[in-house]
Design a protein around this ligand. Structure first.
Ligand code: UD1
Ligand code: CA
Length: 451
């Protein structure tokens, strides 16, 4: 059966106290909306429709950045979850598969759970995802009769007896696409909130002889984000799960809670991640690499056997080949560091290529920016860059070439050459002592004058 994914994301999220639409707040570096889209991707949806309202333009941009084929429809006024699905009618014209409704602010529904919902569809027109909640929580209640879901009753509209039910509606629903809009047309807003409830579909379906069921999942999957506190809790939950998965896959995290991962971090088995390492988006660390303490890495690829840090910063476009060494207080940006090359101390290597087995001395800087344009530095194989060399790009250093420390290199260096670009040293005999004596005398005279 083909699937259409509908993600409700029109709400304002007032409790976030933010100018940003709620679903664009990030968890592990990706908007919550994208987490929901990623979860739904397991169903290989034929269509994906996002219902936007508050901050619709920004929501649309984020949705399309993740999936250019996503359709974004506008719900100008938020009249309820049922109304939000009604506005997808045009986008789903002619679609006859199943419609899965997710919320953009409930980012953790697990792909396997969605697959279980699809499996429960069988003769049911509707499958609802439920979870166990504390009776004090104000979620919609799932009124079950055996395996049959008879109704969903919103807390505000429920009797005490129904409020005592702890099996609650997560909001995730799978609905037969052939009947969904007929059922929605039968909803009204005669209830405690004055809204069109998506949850009313269950009873409407039952009255038409169509059955519904509910399956259960862990409450951690249905966690909704309504405030900054929830956002932090969601982040912590994501991090805990992602760290666990990495360790189960054979990655060593020496002190797991101090490692911060991105939604898309990829780390190969037998890699070792030391304490206090932060991964931004788009990082791949291959098997056996070691990331030492206090490093910050984003948009980078680290190959087998490489070591990074402590205190290293890899920025987008950092490409480290096998067995490279990037040491303390080194920043690498948009640069290829070829096999076995070393940049061990206090350097900035940006917009550059460093050849195999070259050694970059402490304090080397690629001067890549002239204030307007960025320029490239190319360093050949087996080169030796002396400490504190300034490489003023664009510039090329040949294979087996060398620079004297403290050089400011502005001209290309041919293969095998040594470049020294610094003032000649002059030693003046006795001059230092004379200077000291002069200065001490001056100090004495000043302090006399002060008395
Ligand atoms: C809803 C369910 C409730 C369930 C709870 C789980 C209904 C009527 N109630 O209640 O049974 O226990 O979720 O969290 O469905 N939205 C729109 N347009 C609207 C209204 C809502 O896009 O007009 C979006 C919101 O942005 C949000 C989601 O739908 O992402 C849920 O809406 P919300 O108002 O939070 O529903 P609840 O009252 O919490
Ligand atoms: Ca809610």
């Amino acid at each position: 059966m083909s699937i259409a994914l509908v993600i409700l994301a029109a709400g304002k999220g007032s409790r976030m106290k933010s100018d940003l639409p709620k679903v664009l707040h990030q968890i592990a570096g990706a908007p919550m909306l994208v987490h929901a889209m990623k979860a739904g991707a397991i169903l290989s949806p034929e269509k994906q429709v996002i219902v936007a309202g508050h901050g619709a333009e920004a929501v649309e941009a984020a949705a399309k950045a993740y999936d250019p084929d996503a359709t974004v429809v506008l719900q100008e006024e938020q009249k309820g979850t049922g109304h939000a699905v009604i506005v997808t009618r045009e986008a789903l014209t002619g679609f006859e598969g199943d419609v899965v409704v997710l919320y953009g602010d409930t980012p953790f529904v697990q792909p396997e759970t969605l697959e279980r919902m699809v499996a429960a569809r069988k003769d049911n027109a509707i499958v609802v995802l439920g979870f166990q909640a504390d009776p004090s929580e104000k979620y919609g209640r799932l009124v079950m009769q055996g395996d049959t879901l008879e109704a969903i009753t919103e807390f505000a509209d429920a009797s005490d007896e129904v409020r005592a039910i702890t099996f609650c509606n997560s909001g995730v629903m799978l609905i037969d696409g052939k009947v969904i809009f007929d059922l929605l047309d039968a909803t009204n807003n005669q209830n405690a909130s004055g809204e069109y409830y998506l949850t009313d579909l269950v009873e409407i379906a039952r009255n038409k002889g169509l059955s519904s069921t509910a399956i259960s999942c862990d409450a951690s999957e249905t966690m909704g984000v309504n405030s900054r506190v929830h956002l932090a809790e969601a982040e912590a939950a994501f991090q805990a799960r992602a760290r666990q998965t990495l360790m189960e896959d054979g990655v060593t995290l020496i002190d797991p809670t101090t490692v911060h991962l991105s939604h898309d971090t990829v780390i190969g088995r037998d890699a070792i991640i030391e304490q206090n390492v932060v991964f931004g988006p788009e990082v791949t660390i291959e098997s056996g690499a070691r990331i030492r303490a206090f490093s910050h890495i984003e948009g980078a690829h680290v190959s087998r056997g490489a070591t990074v840090g402590p205190y290293a910063r890899l920025r987008p476009g950092a490409e480290l080949a096998e067995d490279t060494h990037i040491g303390n207080f080194v920043e690498i940006k948009n640069a290829i560091i070829d096999e076995g090359a070393k940049v061990n101390h206090l350097s900035y290597i940006g917009d550059a290529a460093v050849g195999t087995k070259s050694n970059i001395g402490a304090g080397t800087i690629t001067c890549n920016y002239d204030g307007v344009f960025k320029h490239k530095t190319t360093i050949g194989k087996n080169a030796f860059i002396g400490s504190n060399t300034m490489l003023v790009a664009p510039v090329t250093v040949g294979d087996d070439a060398m620079t004297g420390s403290g050089s400011v290199i502005t001209k290309d260096i041919e293969d095998g050459a040594l470049a020294i670009a610094r003032a000649q040293q002059v030693n003046k005999a006795g001059m230092a002592r004379k200077l000291f004596d002069m200065l001490k005398l001056k100090k004495k005279n000043i302090s006399k004058g002060e008395k």
